[in-house]
Design a protein around this ligand. Sequence first.
Ligand SMILES: Nc1ncnc2c1ncn2[C@@H]1O[C@H](COP(=O)(O)OP(=O)(O)OP(=O)(O)O)[C@@H](O)[C@H]1O
Length: 345
Amino acid sequence: MTTPPTQQTPLLDIAGLKTHFHTREGTVRAVDGVSFTVPRGKIVCVVGESGCGKSMTARSVLGLVDEPGRIEAGTIHWHPSSREHPVDLAALDPTGPELRAVRGGEIAMVFQEPMAALSPMYSIGDQLTEAIRLHLPLGRAAARERAVHLLRKVGIPRPEERMDAYSFQLSGGMCQRAMIAIALACDPALLIADEPTTALDVTTQARIIDLLRELQADTGMSVLFITHDLGVVAEIADEVVVMYLGRVAEQGPVDAIFHDPQHPYTRALLGSVPRMGAGTGQRLTTIPGNVPHPSERPAGCPFHPRCDRARPGLCDTAEPPEVPTAPDRRVRCVLHAPRTEGAPA
Ligand SMILES: Nc1ncnc2c1ncn2[C@@H]1O[C@H](COP(=O)(O)OP(=O)(O)OP(=O)(O)O)[C@@H](O)[C@H]1O
């Protein structure tokens, strides 16, 4: 029996994903039981402090986890409309042809450092044309025409001339636009953007965010956007996944997360950034301490040593399950866990 995806079928469905690194010092549980979905035509932002496992979650989707890391458990169901059946990307050989075809063809990725991601040895046009011809059956002239069209689409002025430029002749913002053009070369159903604006100045950052929003609306693709910056989340997200130490602390629609954060970690993150319209007298707070290394995960809820609402004897003993608090929201905190003996009212 065939099951073509409907608009309600998630494009990407990550369930119980565990990606660990087996090092000489011990096991680093970088991603430790992450579950969330990316709906069709939506922008999902994964947010959290450095080291929470955001990048490793994204890299796991594409089989780009470096040694000694590997996916230990979980599924990553991928169901674009071009496929009748979903495929579990976690079960594919990361170096095999099936995942290679998905990478860059059905799912594209842009990274933080556009200068480093582009080769200084080849022109922008050559790199773009190669990306197009790798996945589409186009001749040289047609691929070049598509390349110029893509450069224009990502807002690069005089695209015909820029085809011959090298990355070192372009600004950081222009390089990131070129990277986005390469990512769009094959009309991906999903674009994974890992901190794509972090290395750029604030004005350029805002322009790239606008561009990604426009491209998403224009093409209908989904975007999985990795960032530590809640300002960026507010600008671009439809849905938000808040990660802490390899797990999802809270997830839900962007308005709900910003107006009614339910996990103390989300509240603390929001308390550390200025809010628009809140005036000049607003008090910003910092989250005490640092994210522990995953190999030194605290017992119980991993956030409890930094949490202003932690209950001794409860939060430091058992980690609460992730529970729904609304049809489209989930949170992993004892404050929202089903009542158990000894739990706070
Ligand atoms: N090759 C590796 N060997 C061992 N541990 C690793 C390796 N790569 C990443 N890690 C660990 O995995 C954890 C998660 O890393 P990840 O890059 O996903 O975090 P992140 O939330 O994306 O942070 P950042 O914003 O700093 O990139 C970190 O504690 C990191 O030290």
